[in-house]
Each structure stands twice: as structure tokens, then as C-alpha cells.
Design a binder for this molecule. Structure first.
Ligand code: KG4
Ligand code: ZN
Length: 338
């Protein structure tokens, strides 16, 4: 089954064709990052306008690159939540139009379910159940993936997402948007133990996390150093920050592995590209005898292949939409409107 998949939830317009949920026939992406970088973050209206300008050409290019005709498409999938609402609306409306024109089923896909499904492309033999750590720009959660479309959230951030903190700290350090990758590169030159940054232990649920305290403490630390004219060891600060994020994530994931008894751990989302988090997860999981699934960097960030992968399983589960499909800025991974 060839699924034409569309992703436009933030600042990447992406179109892919994925066969049977696992085989990427084509994957085209138009990143707007350079444009938003001027403003230090995503400007929602600019994002929507750029999606509208790019989306038709990208879909056309995706089919041509794969040597496919419109008639070779069996279904159309689109990210319908969550994201910048104007941006998601562009993809949803385009997806509806294509499904209507081709007279094919329309499959709505939750963006975070898509991130998890990036692992199905990277690891063709991976099947649920497994545990997944989702770390993106807007979400941080530990998910029990019981089946392709049946999930339970074991824990989540109670405030900021890990990626948000990376971007904020990167911005204050003068790094280009989005700060996560630049901060990671700078951290590679630094000492993990240079600065003592806080690790929060919020609430009663052992799997819940908090990053706003770490973010504020790091920003205050930078501003204070500026005010008193103290020169900071920037690579050391970046390394210490990455370490604090990793220390917040990894022990909780290991505890969840222990509780669920799973021996398979997947990681998903843009922050899954972080070298320290990747290294520390691998080392910790090894001591648990658990197999780790880490998508390549190209599948960690936003892309349409992951949407096409998840769409296949949504379709098999009967999750198709009609022409009344709407877009949602927020929606739980379990499908509830929040
Ligand atoms: O999953 P994603 O592409 O978009 C959302 O769905 O949010 O995640 C984007 C986030 C940004 O915050 C970006 O700074 C972060 O992923 N990111 C990283 C790295 N590469 C991207 N964070 C830390 N280390 C990285 N190497
Ligand atoms: Zn994403």
C-alpha cells in the first residue's frame, strides 16, 4: 500500500511516499529554518505562508522522484495535530484536497505517533510492544507503546519540553535557531561536570519530569555571569546542560523499563539526535539487557516518512477520516482533545 504522507506542523514542509508502513519510496522536505532564524524562533504566520507556497511543488516532486503516477497512490496521510495551528491547517487542507481528487482514503496522523513510528522505518523488524522516550521541541514523555495504535503515557514533562529548553538556552548563548544541535556540537568540546545545574524531581509520579527549573537556573547563571563580567566556559556550560537534561530523562526511562519488563526501548523526536542522550541511553539500557532503537538523525527531526509509517497502522486499525477532518493545535497522543 503506497501512502502519500504530508507533514506541515511546524517549520518543515514535507511529503513522502511510504510503502506498507516500512519502505520509504521518496521523502522530500523544504525546511524554513533559515528564514525563521532571522527572528530567533518560528514565526507562525510566516510558517503557514511558506507551507502554502511549498506544498504542491513538493508533492509533485515527491511523485516524480519515486517514478510514481498519481494513480499509484493508495491513500493520503496528513499530520492533523498537534502543532502551530495555521501550519497544520495547510497540510490538512492539502491532504483533504488530494484525497478527494484521487478518491482515496484520508488518514489523520498524530505528529508524536509519527515520531515514534520513525523507528519502524529505521528498524524494519521492530514491533510493539516496547517503551519509547519521546523528546521533541514541544513534547517530552515516556510512552508504553502497547500496539501500533494503542499507547499509554507513563510520564510526561509537567512544564517545558526538553527541546524548548535547548532552544532557549541556545538562543541566550547567541546560537542560531534551533539551538539544540548547535548546543550539542559545542558541548562536545566541554566538561560534563564543569557547572552544577539542577535536576528537578517533580510530583508523585516517578516518570514525570520538569525542565523549567533547569532552564531558568541556566539562564540566570548566564545573565549573572554577564552582569559581573565573569567569563564562562561555554563548552563546559553546554556539556553540563546536556548532562542535566540526560540525567532527568535516562534514570526515569530505566525505571520504566524495569517496571514494564520491556527489553525494547525506542527513542524518538528531534532531541533524540543529542549525542549525550544517545550515548547515555545506550549505556544505561545495556546494563538492563535492553535493546535500544535510535533512529538516524535524519529521522529524529520532523519528516513525512514517519507520518507515512504510522499512517499505515492507523489505516489497518480503521482510523480514517472524511472531508470534515479538522486540525488541532493540541491533542493528546491518545487522541483526546486537550
Ligand atoms: O521533533 P522536532 O524536530 O520538532 C518537534 O516536533 O518539536 O524537535 C525539534 C527540537 C528542537 O528543539 C531542536 O533544538 C531539538 O529538537 N534538537 C536537538 C538536537 N537536534 C535537534 N536538541 C538537542 N540536541 C540535538 N542534537
Ligand atoms: Zn516533531
Amino acid at each position: 500500500m503506497n501512502i502519500l504522507a504530508i507533514e506541515s506542523s511546524c517549520d518543515e514542509t514535507a511529503v513522502a511516499v511510504v510503502k506498507d508502513g516500512r519502505q520509504v519510496l521518496t521523502d522530500c522536505i523544504a525546511s524554513q529554518v533559515d528564514l525563521h532564524r532571522i527572528y530567533g524562533g518560528v514565526v507562525p504566520e510566516i510558517a503557514s505562508r511558506m507551507h502554502i507556497e511549498a506544498i504542491y511543488g513538493l508533492a509533485d516532486q515527491a511523485l516524480k522522484k519515486a517514478g510514481l503516477q498519481r494513480g499509484d497512490i493508495d491513500a493520503v496521510a496528513v499530520t492533523y495535530a498537534p502543532g502551530l495551528i495555521g501550519a497544520v491547517l495547510v497540510g490538512v487542507n492539502f491532504g483533504k484536497s488530494v484525497a478527494l481528487a484521487l478518491d482515496k482514503p484520508l488518514i489523520p496522523v498524530h505528529h508524536i505517533r509519527g515520531h515514534i513510528a520513525a523507528n519502524y522505518i529505521a528498524y524494519p523488524d521492530l514491533k510493539p510492544p516496547f517503551l519509547c522516550l519521546v523528546v521533541s521541541g514541544g513534547h517530552t514523555m515516556i510512552v508504553d507503546v502497547q500496539d501500533y495504535t494503542k499507547m499509554e503515557i507513563l510520564g510526561t514533562t509537567l512544564d517545558d519540553a526538553a527541546g524548548e529548553c535547548f532552544d532557549k538556552v541556545g538562543r541566550v548563548l547567541g546560537m542560531p535557531y534551533p539551538g539544540g544541535a548547535a548546543l550539542d556540537r559545542t558541548a562536545s568540546l566541554g566538561d560534563d561536570h564543569k557547572y552544577d545545574l539542577p535536576r528537578a524531581k517533580p510530583g508523585v509520579n516517578p516518570y514525570d519530569m520538569s525542565f523549567s527549573g533547569l532552564k531558568t537556573a541556566t539562564l540566570n547563571f548566564i545573565h549573572h555571569a554577564e552582569q559581573v563580567g565573569e567569563e564562562l566556559d561555554i563548552p563546559g556550560l553546554c556539556a553540563s546542560f546536556c548532562c542535566a537534561v540526560s540525567d532527568t530523562l535516562v534514570p526515569r526511562v530505566m525505571q520504566a523499563l524495569e517496571q514494564t519488563g520491556y527489553k525494547k526501548l525506542a527513542v524518538a523526536g528531534g532531541v533524540a539526535a543529542n549525542s549525550r542522550i544517545r550515548k547515555n541511553i545506550l549505556a544505561a539500557a545495556e546494563s538492563f539487557g535492553a535493546e535500544v532503537f535510535l533512529p538516524p538523525l535524519s529521522l529524529c527531526g520532523d519528516n513525512a516518512s514517519m507520518i507515512g509509517a504510522q499512517a499505515y497502522y492507523e489505516y489497518l486499525a480503521g482510523n480514517v477520516a472524511d472531508m470534515h477532518l479538522n486540525a488541532y493545535a493540541t491533542k493528546s497522543i491518545l487522541g483526546e482533545t486537550i
